[in-house]
Ligand binder design. Structure first.
Ligand code: ZN
Ligand code: ZN
Ligand code: ZN
Length: 367
């Protein structure tokens, strides 16, 4: 699997004139070799020459963490007194065009630029995103398992089995985090809990606000499930509940959101330009008069990273491919009052849109 992924990347490198690909911290590295770099100051880097064998440059003290895969990459542990930048530059040889992972830290890149003064630099995603964004059947099943896990948590939320009233947003967020892990994830990526007027801020940081009866509570949460091969896949879901019978005005807003999200999912068919999914959801919200309150794109790709290609946004004319996995998550945010978002992960499949989140999409009333 890893060797095949690297082969396909090398074909893209050849097409695009990239001589060497370098991957460090972030999701590219585990995707291509099953090892995730520790996000620390010592350099870990997979060096992939277009026409040569890949080498993982790793601090000697961390080498024992690596599951060795000699058929995929050679190991080059470095000692504390060696200069890892020189080692990487040596492996890159006379590369004229180097692509570096999008999440590589500038401290590594700046040093590499010094050690390879004649190279020109490209984003790694130019040659990794087209591969990562098309999921295999196995990857889709892993995303589906992660989706089913957060569905179970959302179901408990909707049935009132997660206590809300009287607790702070931060306490509920911590509880969601515990459940994300209990349901089989290896890490929690985020657990947004936004109540009342805070729900008008799409990326609200769960805080000290004590949830009361008669508020909307927006919960957007997800984590990463890491497989035996060291590669993790993410979940991401948003559901809203109301802590009393909601006012008619909020019901109206939510009905529009519900319809918009369903329209976005229905539009997510193979061959449809990504921006048309955004348009399908947005037009429902706009024609109901809430257009100015939908202040973000409709969705993002998901896989080993919680946000990746393809982005479901106006201007992305790229047609959806079979195997693309992405969120459909329109929202309506009325500043100072309230807000709502409804999010599922959807796979564009040859048989049509395949939503990985199936838990109830209606507004749940919990008292
Ligand atoms: Zn988000
Ligand atoms: Zn989300
Ligand atoms: Zn999302």
């Amino acid at each position: 699997m890893f060797a095949d992924r690297l082969d396909r990347t090398r074909s893209l490198m050849a097409e695009q004139g990239v001589d060497v690909l370098m991957l460090s911290v972030g999701a590219d590295l585990p995707y291509f070799c099953g090892y995730e770099a520790m996000p620390l100051e010592r350099l870990t880097m997979l060096v992939v020459p277009r026409d040569g064998a890949a080498t993982l440059v790793v601090p000697r003290m961390e080498a024992a963490r690596v599951v060795e895969r000699p058929e995929v990459f050679a190991m080059r542990p470095w000692d504390e007194t060696e200069d890892p930048t020189d080692i990487v530059a040596g492996l890159a040889g006379s590369a004229a065009v180097a692509a570096v992972g999008d999440h590589m830290w500038s401290r590594f890149l700046v040093e590499l630029m010094g050690a390879m003064p004649d190279a020109s630099w490209r984003r790694g995603s130019d040659v990794t995103a087209p591969i990562r964004s098309v999921k295999t059947a196995d990857e889709i099943e892993r995303l589906r398992a992660a989706g089913a896990a957060v569905d179970r948590i959302a179901g408990r939320l909707q049935r009132g089995e997660i206590e809300l009233v009287g607790r702070t947003e931060a306490e509920v967020s911590a509880e969601l985090g515990r459940q994300i892990v209990a349901e089989g994830h290896d890490r929690v990526n985020f657990a947004i809990v936004a109540a009342g007027a805070n729900a008008a801020s799409p990326h609200h940081e769960a805080g000290r606000h004590v949830i009361t009866g008669g508020e909307v509570v927006l919960c957007d949460f997800g984590g990463t499930m890491v497989g035996d091969d060291g590669v993790g896949y993410c979940s991401d879901i948003t559901r809203c509940v109301y802590t009393a019978e909601p006012p008619a005005e909020f019901r109206e807003l939510y009905d529009v959101l519900f319809e918009a999200q369903a329209a976005g999912v229905a539009a997510a068919t193979v061959g449809t330009p990504a921006q048309d999914v955004d348009r399908a959801a947005r037009s429902v919200i706009a024609s109901a008069g809430y257009g100015e309150y939908f202040i973000h794109r409709t969705g993002h790709g998901i896989g080993t990273e919680e946000h990746e290609d393809p982005y479901i946004v106006e201007g992305n004319r790229e047609p959806l491919a079979a195997g693309n996995a992405f969120s459909v998550e329109p929202g309506i945010y009325v500043p100072g009052r309230w807000g709502a978002r409804l999010e599922d992960i959807v796979v564009a499949s040859p048989d049509g849109p395949d939503p990985l989140n199936r838990v109830d999409h209606r507004l749940a009333v919990v008292t």
